[in-house]
Write a protein that binds this ligand. Structure first.
Ligand SMILES: Cc1cc2nc3c(=O)[nH]c(=O)nc-3n(C[C@H](O)[C@H](O)[C@H](O)COP(=O)(O)OP(=O)(O)OC[C@H]3O[C@@H](n4cnc5c(N)ncnc54)[C@H](O)[C@@H]3O)c2cc1C
Length: 519
């Protein structure tokens, strides 16, 4: 019997699942159907802002080739929406009137942008249609809207001071648009960064040509005329920020509506167990932005501290790879082997890294405590547990700031602005849970003029590509085996295929290899 696997959604995570399931399709043990609401096959959504400012092309974003998949026997349905899942009959009901059946169903429905509640912006939450001149920057059409504004040197207003809003603002400003970021806290990245880091970050944004309007509560949007373009964002103090395009960057929400509609358990995302199976439903799985791994066992220690969906592509890709192995074993009838598969490894702790030219920032963990905040430093220091220690250095004039929050010498939080090498080292130490040198100033010196000696201390086994989870060792061995360019390394290892923030590091490894060979 051929196992019928139906995948709902054709984003980057579904693309990886399909890629990994192809051997099962080719061998005839699985029949695969993928249903994507967008008219294109999967593309790298992470680079949509880069596309919007004209730094890349739609072709460079492609992650799947629909024609090649069809030639392999995959049933690819583009521009078609799954309206409903009939669990009793194991069928999905599609917008084109058809209703394919499934043995295993995988939700890879991703997430959708949060549309703030503003006067003049009243979308239907189920199918948001934004007025002209307003975009949420999620897909290729949104990128085209941003592109025409940037190419025309228009005024772009970005609503939201999160990392995606800042990256979009910096890229658009660099490409010639007049950009204002509007956010409602005292500084951008208000939820993640401390006051010192946030202030230096805001000053650095201004230096890069981005206007920053903080403590600004937006209440509405104004249009030139009804049904015509956006003209201003209205604030609660009666002022307005004029512009030609409003980019909404107010976070995302997992798309759980289909799962809810067929009675599955959801929280922030579709609830799945450690095998990515929907609770109490062995035929249905969820991966990527729409999935929340939290098993139904009340005793599960791992799930006690579990968070909602990360909204990052890397964890989704690892889920897709794991699930492909699992589904392949199920399709081949190897049920015992499927159940014995090693569990999906835990993800590295979350680190926020700003991807922008000429500006570097990383923040992770809890960085709220200040060096002389006795109450915060002693909180949690019970039963022999060490108290928090804070090391902090600020040079606002030169756009540099570092904060290291440690317990027993191990980082619990970090902020680094304008210090790329320090930032890379701190992120590495944070991910490994390694102890910092007693003299914290050694870390600051990595960005000093004598950095070359310190740079030699980089751990070769560190994770270089966080999206694809590829280590420096794996990249170095691909280079040793003949890869001489970033695209070649990407093709061999998948490093650099996500956000692209590691391309310089990959280049560095290639150069180090060839310099070594010459020496
Ligand atoms: C501008 C931008 C920058 C980003 N930068 C980063 C970054 O630097 N690093 C990072 O890790 N992540 C980043 N992300 C997030 C990353 O893009 C997502 O984590 C990733 O796209 C998730 O992939 P997915 O396949 O789970 O979901 P999605 O990419 O959301 O794809 C889901 C697909 O399913 C389709 N779909 C949904 N419901 C249905 C239905 N009922 N029927 C048919 N089709 C349906 C949707 O139309 C969509 O095409 C960024 C995102 C954006 C928008």
């Amino acid at each position: 019997m051929t196992e019928r696997i139906v995948v709902v959604g054709f984003g980057p995570v579904a693309a990886r699942l399909i890629d990994e399931l192809l051997p099962a399709v080719r061998s005839g043990i699985a029949h695969l159907t993928v249903i994507g609401e967008e008219s294109e096959a999967a593309y790298n959504r992470v680079l949509v802002a880069d596309l919007g400012v004209g730094r890349t092309t739609p072709a460079a974003l492609a992650l799947a080739d629909a024609a090649a998949l069809v030639a392999d026997g995959v049933d690819v349905r583009l521009g078609v929406r799954v309206r409903r899942v009939d669990r009793a009959r194991q069928r999905v009901l599609l917008s084109d009137g058809t209703s394919p059946g499934y043995d295993r169903l995988v939700f890879a429905t991703g997430s959708r942008p949060v549309i703030p509640n503003l006067t003049g912006l009243n979308p239907d939450p189920a199918a948001p249609v934004l007025p002209p001149g307003v975009t949420a920057l999620r897909d290729l059409r949104d990128a085209a809207v941003l592109h025409s504004a940037v190419a025309g040197g228009k005024r772009v207003v970005v609503l939201g001071g999160g990392v995606l809003g800042l990256e979009t603002a910096l890229a658009a400003a660099e490409e010639g648009a007049t950009v204002t970021v509007v956010h409602n806290g005292p500084h951008p990245l208000g939820r993640n960064i401390d006051r010192g880091g946030g202030s230096v970050l805001a000053a650095s944004l201004r230096k890069c040509g981005v206007r920053v309007a903080g403590n600004a509560r937006s209440v509405g949007v104004e249009h030139n005329a009804p049904d015509s373009g956006f003209s201003a964002l209205l604030l609660d103090d009666g002022s307005a920020i004029d512009g030609d395009l409003l980019v909404l960057s107010c976070g995302v929400r997992p798309r759980t509506e289909l799962a809810e509609g067929c009675g599955l358990s959801t929280a922030a995302g579709i609830l799945v167990d450690h095998k990515l199976r929907a609770h109490h439903e062995p035929h249905i799985f969820a991966i990527g932005d729409c999935a929340e791994v939290r098993c139904p066992e009340p005793e599960c220690v791992q799930c006690r501290t579990a968070r909602g969906p990360s909204g990052l592509v890397g964890p989704g890709w690892r889920q897709a790879e794991w699930l492909a192995d699992y589904l392949t074993l199920l399709a081949s009838g190897a049920f015992a082997e499927a159940e014995a598969l090693p569990p999906l490894p835990a993800e590295l702790p979350g680190v926020i890294v700003l991807k922008a030219r000429g500006m570097n920032m990383a923040v992770a963990g809890d960085v709220s405590a200040d060096p002389w905040d006795e109450e915060a430093l002693t909180a949690g220091a019970v039963n022999g547990r060490a108290r928090l220690q804070i090391a902090q250095w600020a040079d606002p004039e030169h756009g540099r700031y570092v904060k290291m929050t440690t317990r027993a010498g191990v980082l619990e939080g970090l902020v680094s602005v304008g210090m790329p090498r320090t930032s890379a080292e701190l992120v590495q130490l944070f991910e490994r849970g390694a102890e910092l040198p007693a003299d914290r100033s050694l870390l600051l010196r990595l960005d000093g003029p004598d950095h070359a000696a310190a740079a030699g201390s980089v751990d070769p086994s560190r994770t270089v590509c966080r999206c694809a989870g590829v280590s420096g060792t794996a990249i170095a061995s691909a280079v040793t085996e003949g890869c001489g360019t970033v695209p070649e390394v990407s093709a061999a290892t998948r490093a650099g295929t996500g956000c692209g923030g590691c391309h310089d590091d990959i280049k560095g490894i290639i150069e180090a290899h060839f310099q070594g060979a010459v020496a």
